[in-house]
Design a binder for this molecule. Structure first.
Ligand SMILES: NC(=O)c1ccc[n+]([C@@H]2O[C@H](COP(=O)([O-])OP(=O)(O)OC[C@H]3O[C@@H](n4cnc5c(N)ncnc54)[C@H](O)[C@@H]3O)[C@@H](O)[C@H]2O)c1
Length: 356
């Protein structure tokens, strides 16, 4: 069965990630588009001839779509997701799925009230190299510690726009990149809740236009001035009820030469390190996977795939999740756990700043 999709939000993510992949995927048909911006709607009319484009998600005719893909600014994820779910329209919400634990609870309640499923999950989970890491981590025995870092050399998204305003984005690099890291590492942590979470944040690069993400082709502004109020770097340390620790770092910009993602799993029987680059940056780290045991580090073959292949895999797997009754409630539960950790790192960072 073909899944009839409404694209809600026609910005960078919809245009660059979802639309091209939905159009070439035999399992989907884009049957509606939504954006309050008339320019975005006019562009959609060219890319999607004959497909109706609406100014608001409330205008979507009920029963006309099987799934709404919500790719709007972060602060609208919860509101728009809830409204669609309450109307019985299944929803896939981009990351960060929500910006507070209360919003996660509202999404869960809307899912129950409307009887339609909420789907989510960051694309990082669908990367072949991340899946290889997760599979190889199992025989390492109990996981003692994770090091999760996504550190860009230059990659502040839409600098000067909504991404760098807390009111609209909910935060900076932590909600943006940290969400992917926590989501991808979820299976390694298991169901044990996070007992302790501390962290710090800093903003040394965010107002310097030369550190913007060049691949987004957002409007070029070199000197942004002090317009932002979010972090470009967040560091956190977590301990789960099961005794596993996690060191987390998310940076939109840094003094590093490359945009890199490094995931290390330390288990009783050895450790694994995956180095790669999540996302679309052209300034990439070649993917490598190594295993260390008894004083020896050896390379492990790692699947290499084209940039963005994880989004196609995510689309391949969404229809089964959409049809599976066990998907009900899962995305909201996972989002609640992720945003709970993020809220606590921000609270700890605020406390540290106030004390300083
Ligand atoms: N999965 C990923 O790897 C990935 C990558 C990039 C962005 N994202 C996420 O996608 C979302 C959108 O990011 P973006 O880069 O496309 O932002 P963007 O600013 O380029 O696009 C947002 C679009 O939403 C539209 N919009 C605003 N209010 C709306 C409403 N009420 N209804 C419908 N549309 C509305 C805007 O007009 C704009 O066209 C963000 O939450 C971001 O975190 C995810």
């Amino acid at each position: 069965m073909t899944v009839r999709v409404a694209l809600v939000g026609l910005g960078w993510a919809a245009r660059s990630i979802w639309l091209p992949r939905l159009l070439e995927h035999p399992g989907y048909e884009v049957t509606a588009a939504v954006d309050p911006d008339p320019v975005a709607r006019a562009e959609a009319a060219t890319a999607l001839p004959g497909v109706p484009a609406f100014a608001g998600a409330g205008d979507l005719p009920a029963g006309a779509v099987d799934l709404a893909v919500v790719a709007v600014p972060n602060h609208l994820h919860g509101t728009i997701g809830c409204r669609l779910l309450e109307r019985g329209i299944p929803v896939f919400v981009e990351k960060p799925v929500c910006l507070s634990s209360a919003e996660a609870d509202r999404l869960a309640a809307a899912e129950r009230a409307g009887g339609a499923v909420l789907l989510a999950g960051s694309a990082a989970r669908y990367r072949a190299d991340v899946r290889a890491l997760l599979a190889l981590a199992r025989p390492l025995g109990p996981v003692r510690h994770l090091d999760l870092a996504w550190v860009r050399a230059r990659g502040v998204p839409d600098a000067g726009g909504w991404f760098t305003q807390r009111r609209l984005a909910g935060g900076g690099a932590l909600v943006d990149l940290g969400w992917h890291l926590l989501d991808a590492a979820g299976p390694l942590l298991g169901p044990a809740p996070v007992e302790h979470a501390v962290g710090t944040t800093s903003a040394d690069f965010v107002d310097d236009g030369s550190h913007r993400a060049a691949w987004r082709e957002d409007e070029s502004i070199e000197d942004l001035g002090p317009g932002s109020d979010v972090e470009d770097t967040a560091r956190g340390f977590l301990v789960t009820a099961g005794g596993t620790s996690v060191a987390l770092r998310a940076s939109w910009a840094s003094h590093e030469p490359r945009d890199s993602t490094v995931l290390t799993v330390e288990g009783r029987a050895g450790s694994l390190t995956l180095r790669c680059t999540f996302g679309f940056s052209p300034n990439r780290e070649p993917a490598t996977l190594t295993r260390t045991r008894d004083g020896r580090t050896e390379p492990v073959p790692v699947p290499v795939e084209p940039v963005g292949a994880e989004y196609r895999r995510q689309l391949d797997e969404l229809p089964a999740l959409l049809a599976d009754p066990a998907s009900r409630g899962r995305a909201a539960t996972e989002a609640r756990a992720t945003i709970g950790v993020i809220e606590r790192i921000y609270a700890s960072a605020r406390q540290a700043r106030a004390a300083a």
